[in-house]
Design a protein around this ligand. Structure first.
Ligand code: HEC
Length: 164
């Protein structure tokens, strides 16, 4: 009995190690954060030209700092933006719902490590196989370049969605 419990624990440990080792890694070394759907919601968004529904979520460090009005956000903050194709609801045509998964993106705060890009590390994982975006670490220039206009808001476009 004891052996089978130990065996089972060993299996679980091995299984979780395999999962961790299997996470896709961006060319700049940032591994996918698998928990982004259980983080707190910061805001939804809709991109007209791409016809995407998105939600922006954040880990606890990011969300509590945002709620406290901190700018810049502290090291350890991670924000995710997950996008789906926007589709008409089959049973209610004026409603739009998330269809196929498009991609998930991350911004990871480490003021020292990522000092050349506003203190943020960027990563994008595309499609159902979560293919890391970019042929080399230089891809971040594209991300950072488009986030520069909001430098005053710690390079973040999204603010907490208003609630009463
Ligand atoms: C052409 C401009 C543009 C580029 C390029 C771009 N972003 Fe963004 N990003 C935005 C805008 C606008 C938002 C606001 C939310 C939205 O678009 O739905 C945003 C939001 C985000 C967010 C949520 C936090 C925030 O700032 O609102 C993350 C995370 C993010 N982008 C990651 C990335 C990554 C990673 C890349 C590169 C692989 C990237 N972005 C490239 C324009 C851009």
């Amino acid at each position: 009995m004891r052996n089978s419990i130990l065996g089972c624990m060993a299996f679980l440990l091995t299984a979780s190690t395999i999962v961790a080792a299997d996470l896709p890694v961006s060319p700049n070394g940032i591994a996918m954060y698998p928990d982004y759907m259980s983080w707190k919601v910061i805001a939804p968004s809709y991109r007209e030209d791409k016809v995407h529904i998105r939600i922006i979520t954040g880990n606890d460090i990011a969300v509590s700092a945002m709620r406290a009005g901190k700018n810049p956000l502290p090291d350890g903050s991670v924000l995710a933006k997950v996008a789906w194709k926007a589709e008409k609801h089959p049973n209610f045509p004026v409603a739009t719902e998330p269809g196929a998964f498009v991609q998930v993106e991350f911004m990871v705060k480490d003021a020292k490590k990522y000092k050349d890009t506003g203190g943020w590390g960027f990563a994008r994982f595309v499609g159902n196989n979560l293919k890391p975006y970019g042929t080399d670490a230089g891809f971040v220039a594209e991300c950072f370049g488009c986030h520069v206009p909001v430098a005053k808001n710690d390079y973040l476009y999204t603010k907490m969605a208003k609630t009463p």
